[in-house]
Design a protein around this ligand. Structure first.
Ligand code: ZN
Length: 208
């Protein structure tokens, strides 16, 4: 199944929300929803071409779920029936630009949805494992930057699907970036990023 739409959930791990507080990003206990175009996807093996001259570019390592569809107004209790696959991905963020735009009350689309902003691993079939008991890590040049435990999510994957389905009829090929744990930081040309997690795979990209 090809990925058609990328939904992203922001502010879904308390420690990550806290680490951005000094930039004036509000912690109000609510997640945010945004989208990236499918054209932002960078499959494993292709270089991540970092935008130049636009300030810092942060990695956000995330569990990504692929949906079979499901339509509108999906109850939380039925939401996981819509999950087809699991993988890991990076929600790349032009952090300085995002912070500037936020401070002016402007949409921060261009800080999140640029070409190459969505490195994405191959989806593994969803085998009904507990999605709130997964673990994953992000290493940059061999150094641990992020370690995520999905039990720490403020909004479970099922709730995310429910919330999205109140606005969009969910379709086959929709995918959700489910939010990032603490430890986000800058990427530079030449960096190697590795995402891995038990049952989720291991994916590597080089930044150019
Ligand atoms: Zn994110």
């Amino acid at each position: 199944m090809n990925v058609e739409r990328l939904f992203c959930i922001g502010k879904n791990y308390a420690e990550h929300v806290a680490e951005l507080a000094h930039l004036g990003h509000q912690a109000d206990g609510e997640c945010v929803v945004f989208m990236k175009p499918a054209s932002a996807v960078v499959p494993e093996g292709e270089p991540i071409v970092l935008p130049r001259g636009r300030g810092s570019i942060h990695h956000e390592a995330e569990l990504v779920v692929l949906l079979t569809g499901g339509g509108r107004d999906i109850p939380v209790e039925e939401a996981l029936d819509c999950v087809a696959g699991l993988t890991l991905g990076l929600d790349l963020t032009l952090r300085d630009l995002q912070t500037q735009l936020k401070s002016k009350g402007k949409p921060w689309e261009i800080a999140k949805a640029f070409d190459g902003a969505a490195p994405l691993g191959d989806f593994k079939p969803f085998l009904n494992q507990d999605l709130q008991a997964l673990e994953f890590s992000c290493h940059v040049n061999g150094k641990l930057r992020q370690r995520g435990y999905t039990r720490d999510m403020l909004y479970s994957v099922a709730r995310q699907i429910h919330i999205l389905s109140q606005t969009w009829a969910l379709l086959p090929g929709d995918a959700i970036y489910t939010g990032t744990p603490a430890g986000v930081g800058p990427l530079e040309p030449g960096d190697t990023v590795v995402l891995e997690g038990p049952g989720l795979g291991r994916y590597q990209w080089r930044c150019a």
